[in-house]
Design a protein around this ligand. Structure first.
Ligand code: SF4
Length: 392
């Protein structure tokens, strides 16, 4: 096996090879053991030295590239990341229909003290009883006695930040030591949500997991700046703008450039790219310590052009123009889960299914022409047709 081929070998493959190696070491010549040892060393040196930043007023020092576990089917991928120093894992009660927390639980077994775990209550949970139920369920699924950061999932405006019952539940869970810090997540109206966290006289929430990428508006960057300056810990998600595969850059992937773009902002503590396998893990965590360069700017320009016909930034501007209350931004998010780099039809369908029937793309069928207009020129009617075909 050539050295390039060895490098391409995944950790999982290596472990399997290692197991074979262990069994055959008894009969294998020393040369085989040597080559396995060298392979292990090259695997180790392929990972960068972790880089840490402080997550706002929580004081947690977390890796700038942290682990989005949403799509990770194998605990081993997360375990390798932890072994390499990645110390913040983001999951949610909702992901994989509740199974994602089980995967994280297996991944952190025996290493719980090396990582911070962030999870999320269900998006629809608002009452005290619902929030407490979600957290208790997560604690059980994660096999832990505490969650480091619990987040209210998918805020689309400022209202949920101020629900007294939700806060009561979170305060009680904190007092019991079941959660350490509280946050929110948002991928629509991000600036409104971030600003509300700062304007909250109680400053109840400590962190915000926010959609932030090279396609984000200046308004979002300004709100991140303000929130971070007020001590709110900022974690970026959706940094890959859909994670589309493209040939627009030849063989070069735009994804490292996209990650570096988000992390060049010092007000962003970390990003949590979703990592499905060892290839994605390598690509993403290699970014730690890398500068954002002019070549990255060029790559992102070309990537942006390539994804323009598909990418929706969930701004919701078009929704006011549609007469039927169709939630175009959420439908597009679900469509991107199915068609973008996620390629996760279950997640796409689950996201689509959260919508009330009258807000789905089914409501578009009888319209003669689409009155909704996209600020970025997306063909909304075509996207709704596509969503209906994929997700109904
Ligand atoms: S379709 Fe266009 S206007 Fe509507 S949410 Fe997406 S980017 Fe915004």
């Amino acid at each position: 096996m050539g050295s390039a081929e060895k490098k391409r070998m995944t950790r999982r493959t290596f472990i399997k090879a290692g197991m074979v190696g262990t069994a055959t070491a008894l009969i294998a010549p020393p040369a085989l053991a040597d080559s396995l040892q060298k392979m292990a060393e090259s695997e180790r040196s392929a990972f960068p030295k972790p880089v840490y930043r402080t997550l706002g007023r929580t004081g947690l020092k977390i890796t700038v590239v942290s682990f989005g576990a949403m799509l990770t089917p194998e605990p081993e991928v997360i375990r390798v990341a932890i072994e390499q120093g990645v110390n913040y894992i983001d999951t949610a009660r909702k992901y994989m229909g509740g199974k994602n927390e089980d995967i994280v639980s297996k991944a952190v077994k025996g290493m719980r003290d090396k990582v911070f775990i962030a999870s999320k209550t269900l998006p629809e949970s608002k009452t005290k009883a619902e929030i407490i139920r979600d957290v208790e369920t997560s604690l059980k699924a994660l096999g832990t006695d505490h969650i480091d950061v619990i987040q209210l999932h998918n805020l689309t405006d400022r209202r949920r930040i101020f629900i007294a019952e939700s806060r009561e539940a979170l305060a009680q869970l904190k007092k019991q030591g079941k959660v350490r810090f509280c946050g929110v997540t948002t991928h629509k109206n991000e600036a409104e949500v971030l600003n509300a966290l700062v304007d909250d006289p109680d400053r109840f929430f400590d962190t915000c997991l926010v959609k932030y990428n090279f396609k984000s508006d200046k308004e979002v960057a300004a709100a991140i700046d303000r929130a971070a300056s007020a001590g709110i810990g900022i974690i970026a998600m959706k940094t890959q703008a859909g994670g589309y595969e493209t040939t627009a850059l030849g063989k070069i992937s735009p994804h490292q450039a996209a990650l570096k773009w988000a992390l060049q902002n010092p007000k962003v503590t970390a990003a949590i790219p979703g990592m499905k396998d060892m290839t994605q893990l390598r690509e993403d965590i290699a970014v730690m310590g890398m500068p954002f360069t002019y070549a990255d700017v060029r790559r992102l320009d070309r990537y942006a052009d390539a994804i323009d016909p598909f990418y929706c930034n969930f701004c919701g501007s078009c929704e006011a123009g549609g007469p039927r209350g169709v939630e175009i931004s959420t439908i597009n998010r679900a469509r991107i889960y199915a068609e973008g780099g996620y390629r996760d039809i279950s997640l796409a369908r689950a996201t689509y299914a959260e919508l009330p029937q009258q807000a789905t793309a089914a409501a578009c069928v009888d319209c003669e022409g689409c009155a909704a207009r996209c600020v970025n020129g997306l063909d909304i009617a075509a996207k709704m047709d596509r969503a209906r075909a994929l997700l109904s």
